[in-house]
Write a protein that binds this ligand. Structure first.
Ligand code: HEM
Length: 444
């Protein structure tokens, strides 16, 4: 059994933190070129084992939670999501809690979300007018907060609570920072704001729950599904757990979707031929309105979406802590170490993807289907037991956004280069990322 090479350089305790933080993808790619598919580096008192091959991805995603535990990597979420849910409970309880959400992701519910998504995009379009320019990441972030809020919490949320919620949400997001990653309970200003916002959100969700119990109902949203869900022993979920699960979904799904929608937009604006073809596809597939079936027929849109996921995965790294010795080929990672795979690096692997730095959605069309060469090559939504449960929701939302926007507007990027912003946990383009728009003549 071998010990993988250790990346040189770095400082006591901090290790390679500076180079890694500046540009994690460049850091990992350089170390990959030098040391091969598996290597170690030092980060803030930890040794991280990087696995950058298909075999590494496969071993990572197939491992059980007893061997690779995700909780350590997501500890910073516990004060945000609250006690008794997600990474605060044993992995099997988390899986049971997530499985209670399945009815909220079935086709009937997805059709209702499709209508909400379309209504929200129409409201957004109304605000755009004929011509103008916007910061695309900021604008799509706001739009997806409204969509997520209504799909999770119902129309009452939109009517009465969304303004206050937007500022609380900002404070909760402030809880995702480097200090919270290491010491989630450290009494920093950001963490204190996070805790105050969490308490207020719990109060707001409790009102919504009480209102529904009194008969004022929104149906077909995640909140109503959770209110009628029961554990295996027949008991209902407490208000605290319902609030925690709603926050889990919001944090897992909102900003990630906004970022993927932004990257897709940027790629389509840079590739107008594909944008025009998607516009034609949308005209045909959605001629009877925005339906789940129509959205599923949009094959070119789907391939462009996969290409956005491949080139710019919002989560560029996934981490676990070993709870037992973990084998990858002829390497054994001892218990207690951090292990990572990287969608951001794997997706640019020329052994899997031909000309990996080029935008080419056709790579996913038959007969090429480059992502099917191995099961864990396209991993922007993870893989194995922790694979994203919201992928269909995210795809649907992004398809609705760009089907409508491309039918109404022509877009043009500002003169600035569009680069990933590695300072944030979910990696979108650096802001501002300004985009000019003008209504299509035939859409006036
Ligand atoms: C483009 C948008 C999205 C991206 C890129 C994304 C990405 C991911 C990834 C990479 C994972 C695996 C994390 C890991 O293995 O450590 C994951 C898990 C998860 N996602 Fe998503 N996600 C998105 C949207 C959503 C949405 C809309 C929801 C909810 C409606 C959601 C809910 C979840 C949950 C609950 C998990 C944890 C699953 C588990 O651990 O069993 N995600 N997501």
């Amino acid at each position: 059994m071998k010990v993988p090479p250790l990346v040189a350089g770095g400082l006591p305790y901090l290790g390679n933190a500076f180079a890694f933080n500046r540009n994690p993808i460049a850091f990992l790619q350089a170390a990959h070129a030098r040391h091969g598919d598996v290597f170690r580096f030092r980060l803030l008192g930890n040794t991280v084992y990087a696995l950058l091959s298909q075999a590494g991805n496969e071993a990572f995603f197939r491992a059980s939670d007893d061997v690779l535990d995700p909780r350590e990597a997501y500890r910073f979420t516990i004060p945000i999501f609250g006690p008794g849910v997600a990474y605060d409970v044993a992995p099997e309880i988390m899986q049971q809690q997530l499985s209670l959400l399945h009815p909220a992701l079935r086709d009937e519910a997805m059709q209702r979300y499709a209508s909400i998504m379309a209504e929200e995009v129409e409201l957004f379009v109304r605000g755009l007018g004929e011509i103008g320019d916007i910061d695309l990441p900021g604008a799509l972030n706001e739009l997806t907060i409204f969509i997520a809020g209504r799909c999770l919490l119902g129309d009452n949320f939109r009517d009465r609570l969304s303004k206050e919620f937007a500022s609380l949400y900002e404070d909760l997001e402030g809880g995702i920072n480097l200090i919270a990653f290491i010491a989630p309970r450290a009494p920093t200003l950001k963490n204190l704001r996070r805790d105050r916002a969490r308490a207020r959100v719990a109060e707001m969700v409790s009102w919504l729950i009480a209102e529904r119990r009194d008969g004022a109902c929104d149906r077909n949203d995640f909140l109503s599904v959770l209110m009628s869900a029961r554990y295996d022993d027949g008991s209902y979920l407490s208000d605290e757990v319902i609030t925690g699960l709603l926050l889990t979904l919001l944090f897992a799904g909102q900003h990630t979707s906004a970022v993927m929608a932004t990257w897709l937009g940027v790629l389509l604006i840079k590739n107008p031929r594909h944008a025009a073809a998607i516009r034609d596809e949308a005209l045909l597939a959605l001629k009877d309105g925005i339906t789940v079936a129509g959205l599923k027929r949009m094959r070119l849109m789907e391939r462009c979406l996969k290409e956005a996921e491949r080139l710019y995965p919002p989560l560029i790294m996934l981490m676990r802590r070993t709870r037992a010795a973990f084998a990858v080929g002829d390497i054994i990672v001892p218990s207690g170490q951090l292990v990572m795979v990287s969608p951001g690096v794997s997706h640019r692997d020329s052994r899997i993807f031909h000309n990996p730095d080029t935008f080419n959605p056709d790579r996913f069309a038959p007969p090429r289907e480059e992502d099917r060469k191995s099961q864990y090559s396209l991993i922007g939504f993870g893989g194995g037991r922790h694979r994203c449960i919201g992928m269909a929701f995210a795809h649907q939302q992004i398809k609705v956004i760009w089907s409508i926007l491309l039918q109404r507007y022509e877009f043009e990027l500002g003169d600035h280069p569009v680069e990933p912003d590695y300072a944030t946990f979910v990696v979108g383009p650096k802001q501002p990322c300004r985009v000019r728009y003008r209504r299509h003549r035939e859409a006036r």
